[in-house]
Design a protein around this ligand. Structure first.
Ligand SMILES: NC(=O)c1ccc[n+]([C@@H]2O[C@H](COP(=O)([O-])OP(=O)(O)OC[C@H]3O[C@@H](n4cnc5c(N)ncnc54)[C@H](O)[C@@H]3O)[C@@H](O)[C@H]2O)c1
Length: 274
């Protein structure tokens, strides 16, 4: 259902890789709600080709940028404001990658070059993006910047590995930069802490199927889907949430406040009975 929530708003969406990506769903829904945007991803992701389909479907320009490279981000912000014909109202940072996870390195046996690279991609890139937008004064007043995160920033999920630390850093950047963006430019900055979701990045986590099933059984409303995450993101881009800033907002069906659920209890009771 479209409400014209983002009519006339302009922005940049990072991180759509394929139709499972959370950023892909956000792009589709922003388009439905009347917003226009530039799509961006790392050059290698653009070469995979899928994102071109999304660009055609949503009438978006595609501008490659490695989010760890300042010169790429500067080029992106300059071109995006040119193509869209003015300053931006929204930016989605939907980027995450751990090289240690990819290479199967255990948390207690990290390769620190990989740790640094994953931290740069997953966390510092958010600072680099905001610093570029800030220095170029590229955001409109009452604009909104959102990054995606996961609850492993607060609680232990052993197989989430160094991504847990990266997410904690990312959430802290949202608060620290959000202060300056808010007080000096009236721009809000928030993170959405999403349920486990079957995407390329999500499925990279060891034992993901168990992880997602457990979270679903623990959450009174069940796991939030990528579509539902996109809906929530849209509310934060809209004018209906103007004074929400410096927040880490859970879109997780209630998981983050649960201790145990009946469904999870039942699993253990059965094991005990048999
Ligand atoms: N899937 C989940 O379970 C889940 C849960 C909570 C939060 N998140 C977060 O949501 C965000 C989006 O992930 P997703 O699940 O949609 O997976 P995804 O794999 O579809 O998206 C990750 C994106 O990051 C991009 N990326 C990687 N390196 C980059 C770089 N150097 N420069 C620019 N882009 C780069 C990838 O190309 C990809 O498009 C991530 O921050 C992820 O941590 C995911």
């Amino acid at each position: 259902m479209a409400y014209n929530l983002l009519k006339g708003k302009k922005g940049i969406i990072f991180g759509a890789l394929d139709e499972n990506s959370i950023a892909w769903k956000v792009a589709e829904k922003v388009h439905e709600e009347g917003g226009s945007f530039v799509l961006t991803n790392a050059p290698i992701a653009l070469r995979m080709g899928k994102i071109k389909e999304l660009a055609e479907k949503t009438g978006a320009e595609l501008i490659p940028a490695d989010a760890t490279k300042i010169e790429d981000l500067e080029n992106l912000v300059e071109k995006a404001t040119e193509v869209l014909g003015g300053k931006l109202d929204f930016v989605l940072h939907s980027i995450g990658m751990s090289v240690n996870v990819r290479k199967g390195n255990h948390y207690t046996d990290m390769n620190y070059d990989f740790t640094t690279k994953g931290w740069d991609i997953s966390a510092v890139s958010f600072h680099k993006t905001m610093q570029t937008l800030y220095k170029k004064d590229a955001m409109n007043e009452w604009g909104s910047i959102v990054a995606l995160t996961y609850m492993a920033a607060q609680r232990v999920f052993p197989d989430y590995n160094d991504m847990a630390d990266n997410k904690a850093y990312l959430e802290s950047i949202a608060r620290s930069f959000g202060y300056f963006f808010g007080s000096e430019k009236k721009v809000r900055v928030n993170t959405i802490s999403q349920s486990p979701t079957p995407t390329t990045a999500g499925q990279g986590v060891k034992g993901f199927d168990g992880f997602i099933a457990y979270a679903d059984k623990m959450s009174p409303l069940g796991n939030a889907t990528a579509d539902e995450c996109a809906d929530y993101t849209l509310t934060l881009f809209s004018d209906l949430t103007k004074k929400v800033t410096l927040q880490n907002l859970y879109n997780d069906g209630g998981f983050s406040n649960m201790g145990v659920s009946q469904q999870v209890m039942d699993t253990f009771m059965k094991e005990e009975d048999s």
